[in-house]
Structure formats: structure tokens, C-alpha cells
Design a protein around this ligand. Structure first.
Ligand SMILES: NC(=O)c1ccc[n+]([C@@H]2O[C@H](COP(=O)([O-])OP(=O)(O)OC[C@H]3O[C@@H](n4cnc5c(N)ncnc54)[C@H](OP(=O)(O)O)[C@@H]3O)[C@@H](O)[C@H]2O)c1
Length: 349
């Protein structure tokens, strides 16, 4: 049933005649062909299943993973056509008969996997979290992926301790600024921000980093060495890969930990195992959304923590730019051309 309704996309009139009473059509961004610009189309609503919730989407976060999925380069493949968008905030419009955790009018964040870049999204109730009252819908949309990843990388994987030094690469990006926020304001660690321009370094410092390195100007290892001396840094959170990853690895202290989070630079480096041995270093990976399937209670708890930290004013997501739905291709370009800072959002209102 669900698949049949899904095929109503771009044939909205067919659906309208097939099933009345579901509500008005809504607009969605669609990937109809890989590596081509997204198109905005009118979509017919389908009925909610007993375990599902229909949400009026207000903001949708744009993630590197959405862009990779639309190129066919993401680890999880989608069948065409599909609507990207893995995180959103919005208000509950309708609940299925088995849903009791949320009700009409509730403010929620949702992690649908895909489908968020639309005015409406139908989602399993298990993938919704209530937004606390002091957190705006705009802020809430910027939290799940970036802060979920930052918290898992720093706390769960690297076990960052108060007073330790954390080196973060792509520091002015969405994940980078979330790492700075969580490391400094929740974990009381010191952060060295590494980024590709002086402006980005400046932003990272304004957002809490103690020092910064512009890695487009020379060796990251040498610059970090000048800041921390021969001892090195305790933790690295790397989003870039390639040579930046290797230089960051070489900047680690005795018993340092490096967490592989992304490869925005496009190159996956190999780890020289002798470096791990010489300084008792640990290299580890993080695939945040995997915890949703492997250990949902921890996944959910940490997402709730991010919402709670924000509610209490301990963390504050940095939103670099907000685009309208019809500007989605410009928003994608801003990210891929390395021009964005912090979280980029789509506004559906
Ligand atoms: N493993 C996980 O669970 C997980 C979760 C979230 C995100 N990620 C990954 O983490 C990475 C960062 O995500 P994000 O949301 O923080 O992205 P973002 O906000 O777009 O930031 C990416 C940054 O990467 C740097 N970069 C270096 N080389 C680049 C290139 N060739 N093209 C584009 N950017 C380049 C840029 O900063 P500079 O100019 O300063 O170098 C850019 O600002 C992505 O690879 C994403 O898929 C992984």
C-alpha cells in the first residue's frame, strides 16, 4: 500500500482522484535522477499507518549525506525517485491509531532517514522526539545529526575527559562547530580548531575554540606542535580524511584517540599501524546512525541529552544559512563548494 502511494509523486491528480480526504497536496524536493539537480513537485498525501505520524515540517537540516545520496555515493542506497532529508523539526498534524507518545500540535524533531525535504513527512513514531519548550523549531532542526554525532564521537567513542585537548578538523562546519560546543561547554575540554580559511578559524574561535589552525596554509602537524608542544593532543575528531587525517593522527599524544567521522576531502587515508604502536594510540570510527539499529536506548538517550543541553542553555547550535525549499540546489552547492559554515537549513514555511 505504502509503495503504491509513494508512486503518486508527480502524478498528483491521479492520487487525488484515487483517494479523497487525505488533505491537500504538498511540495517536496525530489531526486528523480542521480547527480542531477533536485526538482520541486506537488505530492499527494497518503494515509498514515497505525504506528505512523504525519508532521507539518518547518525546518529540515541539510547534511553531506543527503548530497552523497543524491549522487548515489552514500553507503545506504535509495530507490528513485526519493525525497532527501534525514532530520527535521515540525508540528504533529495527525497520528496513527496505535500512537500515544505524541499528539496533534506537539513540536517534534524527526529522523526519517529520508523524506524530510518536504512540507509534510510521514514517520514512524519511534523516530520522533519532543522538543522542549525553550528550544525553537529552528534550533531543534540543527541538533540531531550534528550534535548527535559530536556527543557520540567525544563521549561515547573517545571518552574525552575534562581538561583534555581536542583537535577538530573542518571545525567551522556543522559537525565541527557542534564538536567545539559540546567539548568546551559540556565536557570542559580545550579545543584546537582546524579549518580551511582564516574566516572559518575566526568563527571557530568565536564559538569556543581556544586556538585555531588554517590547514590551507601549511602543515597541520607543525602548527599543532607549536600550540601544544611535543606532547600532542589527546583527542582528534576528523571530518576531512586524506592528508589532514594523517597529520592529525601524527599530532596525537601518548594514549591519544582519533575518531574517523567523515571524508569531505574525498580521500580515505590508510592508517600507518606503527604510529598506533609507538604512542599507544587508538584509531576508531563513528557511524552515528548505526547506533539507532544496534543500540537504540543509547542513541535515543544521547539525542534527548542534546535537546536537554539546549533547553538549559549549555549548548547553542550555529545556523549559518536558511534556504527556501525552491533554493535546495543552491543550498547543496553552498555545502559542496565549501562556502557554508555551521548548519544549513531548509525552511518549509
Ligand atoms: N560518521 C557519521 O556518523 C557522520 C555524521 C555526521 C556527519 N558525518 C560526515 O562528516 C563530514 C562533515 O559533515 P558536516 O555536516 O559537518 O559538513 P559541512 O558542514 O558541510 O562541513 C564540511 C567541511 O569539510 C571541509 N572540506 C574539506 N574538503 C572539502 C571538500 N573537498 N569539499 C567540501 N568540504 C570540504 C570544509 O571545511 P574547510 O573549508 O574548513 O576544510 C567544509 O566546511 C561529512 O563527510 C559527513 O558525511 C558523518
Amino acid at each position: 500500500m505504502a509503495a503504491a502511494w509513494g508512486r503518486c509523486v508527480s502524478r498528483a491528480w491521479l492520487c487525488r482522484t484515487a483517494w479523497q480526504g487525505c488533505g491537500r497536496n504538498y511540495r517536496a524536493a525530489l531526486c528523480t535522477e542521480l547527480k542531477r539537480p533536485l526538482v520541486i513537485e506537488e505530492v499527494s498525501p497518503r494515509p498514515v499507518q497505525p504506528h505512523e505520524v504525519r508532521v507539518n515540517v518547518h525546518f529540515c537540516g541539510i547534511n553531506f549525506a543527503d548530497i552523497l545520496a543524491c549522487r548515489g555515493q552514500y553507503q545506504e542506497r535509495r530507490q528513485l525517485p526519493f525525497t532527501p532529508g534525514m532530520e527535521f523539526s515540525g508540528m504533529v498534524l495527525e497520528t496513527g491509531t496505535d500512537v500515544s507518545v505524541v499528539k496533534e500540535g506537539d513540536r517534534v524533531i524527526g529522523l526519517p532517514g529520508f523524506g524530510g525535504m518536504a512540507e509534510e513527512c510521514i514517520i514512524d513514531h519511534k523516530n520522533l522526539w519532543q522538543i522542549p519548550e525553550k528550544v525553537s523549531l529552528r534550533e531543534a532542526a540543527a541538533l540531531p545529526v550534528s550534535y548527535g554525532t559530536a556527543i557520540f564521537a567525544l563521549e561515547h567513542r573517545a571518552c574525552t575527559q575534562p581538561g583534555e585537548t581536542v583537535l577538530v578538523t573542518a571545525a567551522a562546519g556543522a559537525t565541527g562547530l557542534a564538536v567545539i560546543d559540546v567539548a568546551t561547554n559540556i565536557l570542559q575540554a580545550k579545543v584546537i580548531a582546524a579549518a580551511g580559511s582564516d574566516e572559518k578559524c575566526q568563527l571557530a574561535m568565536q564559538r569556543g575554540a581556544q586556538s585555531s589552525v588554517n590547514y590551507s596554509r601549511g602543515s597541520l602537524k607543525e602548527a599543532v606542535g607549536k600550540l601544544v608542544g611535543a606532547g600532542g593532543v589527546n583527542v582528534v575528531i576528523d571530518m576531512v580524511g586524506g592528508d589532514v587525517f594523517l597529520e592529525a593522527l601524527r599530532s596525537l599524544a601518548y594514549e591519544g584517540r582519533i575518531v574517523v567521522v567523515g571524508f569531505t576531502g574525498g580521500t580515505i587515508a590508510s592508517v600507518p599501524a606503527n604510529l598506533l604502536l609507538l604512542k599507544n594510540i587508538t584509531a576508531m570510527g563513528l557511524y552515528w546512525s548505526r547506533y539507532r539499529h544496534q543500540n537504540f536506548p543509547i542513541f535515543s538517550r544521547r539525542l534527548s541529552s542534546a535537546l536537554q543541553y539546549c533547553q538549559e542553555g549549555h549548548i547553542q547550535p550555529y545556523i549559518g544559512e536558511v534556504f527556501k525549499l525552491e533554493e535546495v540546489n543552491d543550498a547543496f552547492l553552498r555545502v559542496t563548494q565549501r562556502k557554508s559554515t555551521g548548519k544549513v537549513l531548509l525552511s518549509l514555511k
